[in-house]
Design a protein around this ligand. Structure first.
Ligand code: T46
Length: 134
């Protein structure tokens, strides 16, 4: 079972460099309600460590590389993001941890909802209980 799904984004190359674009309904399987990005992450630091009750997201490594560890309570998978034209789709009810941020890396995230702390499960035991209940 794949916990994350790769989304190939368009890449327009010419002698001036590359250009990638993202259109709501064309490339992203939800209406984008929020965009945020992680940057200046110090070496050796991990982020995440939570799941979302009702949030789908696509993460893109705009620069550099980092890993997403995804966990559905039964299985875990590691995804390395290192390409600005590849997005990783992460569904709700998926525990995620991010680590191995390279120097200068930038993680862009497109989200299906506005920010709400009520949507977070930040305790791993609570997350496992919710997975068992289905
Ligand atoms: C996720 C991973 C990939 C806001 O006020 N608005 C926002 O849109 C976000 C994302 C965060 N915040 C606040 C909440 C916290 O006080 O910023 C602070 C840091 O957030 P957090 O510790 O949740 O950051 P990460 O990097 O651990 O997780 C973030 C997202 O929160 C999360 O949804 O999937 O990136």
């Amino acid at each position: 079972m794949k916990l994350g799904k790769w989304i190939e984004l368009p890449k327009i190359s010419d002698p001036r460099g590359n250009l990638t674009f993202i259109e709501n309904s064309k490339h992203i399987p939800f209406d984008i309600k929020r965009v945020y990005y992680l940057y200046d992450v110090p070496a050796g630091v991990a982020r995440g460590g939570h799941a979302h009750i009702n949030l789908t997201q696509v993460a893109v490594a705009l620069s550099g590389s980092f890993d997403f560890l995804l966990d559905n309570g039964f299985e875990k998978e590691r995804y390395t993001l290192n390409s600005p034209y590849k997005g990783l789709l992460i569904q709700n009810s998926t525990w995620r941890e991010m680590e191995n941020f390279s120097s200068g890396s930038v993680c862009l995230v497109l989200a299906s909802n506005a920010y709400s702390e009520d949507d977070y499960i930040r305790n791993y035991e609570t997350f496992l209980q919710s997975c068992k209940k289905g």
